[in-house]
Design a protein around this ligand. Structure first.
Ligand SMILES: C[S@@+](CC[C@H](N)C(=O)[O-])C[C@H]1O[C@@H](n2cnc3c(N)ncnc32)[C@H](O)[C@@H]1O
Length: 235
């Protein structure tokens, strides 16, 4: 399906990947979290919602990974990287088969969606029993979340009050502005309202953004300090 409407990430495919490549240690920290929460994917069927350019997937076996991506710019690159992009569209507009996937994950994509309950409900239905819905995001309440919301409010990261606080290469402002930043608690309560009872939480990027790219960080349990947090919800 071709999308005619301009999508939030159209025109940002190169900038998005380049930002991670220039912030290599931040990327390694996030990749560690991504790999940790996906776990052993051998023989499992996965769906990446908002797979983007498949940057993270290019570091794992993509043989059984399907993707949904509204931005053709991004999705075409994911396809080249081995993700089977089954739909160029919004998750809100896609029909998913029931009880089909072992893992459905959103790596940073919930942060661009307004209305999470119907989207998560659809994905929970598409999971096999015992399957896992995995949500990785910058929490609204984290230092990174504050930074992006400030950028979104001011339409710039440059402000005299912020002097000396910003990382050398902050996330592209347009992508901070188009984000719909959610708190982790908000996502947990949506999942609970949909019947999820079993959760695990992991996080990384616990340093202040100014220092995040100095060296890769380890993954730690919990969700209350990280600038990048994973919720694992079991069906
Ligand atoms: C921060 S990027 C993450 C991309 C990729 N998952 C990664 O980790 O590099 C967010 C992605 O979500 C996609 N996205 C935004 N809204 C979406 C929606 N309603 N349905 C599906 N994907 C969406 C964007 O196009 C973008 O590629």
């Amino acid at each position: 399906m071709g999308m005619e409407k301009r999508q939030k990430f159209d025109g940002y495919a190169a900038k998005y990947d380049e930002w991670f490549m220039k912030n290599e240690n931040l990327f390694i920290s996030e990749l560690r979290l991504f790999k940790k929460v996906l776990g052993d994917i051998e023989g499992k069927k996965l769906l990446s919602v908002g797979c983007g350019s498949g940057l993270f997937e290019s570091y794992i076996d993509t043989a059984n990974i399907e993707g949904i991506e509204p931005s053709e710019d991004m999705g075409r690159i994911a396809g080249k990287r081995g993700v089977n992009v089954i739909c160029y569209g919004l998750i809100e507009e896609v029909d998913l088969p029931e009880e089909e996937y072992d893992i459905i994950y959103f790596n940073g994509s919930s942060s661009y969606m307004e209305d999470l309950p119907p989207v998560y409900e659809k994905c929970l239905r598409a999971l096999k029993s015992g399957g896992r819905l995995i949500l990785l995001d910058v929490p609204k309440e984290s230092a990174f979340g504050f930074m992006y919301l400030l950028g979104k409010s001011l339409n710039t990261y440059d402000h005299e009050y912020l002097e000396g606080t910003m990382p050398e290469l902050p996330y592209p402002l347009a992508l901070a502005c188009s984000g719909v930043w959610h708190t982790t608690e908000e996502k947990i309560s949506v999942l609970k309202s949909l019947g999820v009872q079993k959760f695990e939480f992991y996080q990384t990027l616990v340093k202040n953004p100014l220092y995040t790219n100095e060296e890769p960080e380890d993954v730690i349990e919990g969700y209350k300090s990280g600038g990048y947090v994973a919720i694992i919800a079991e069906k």
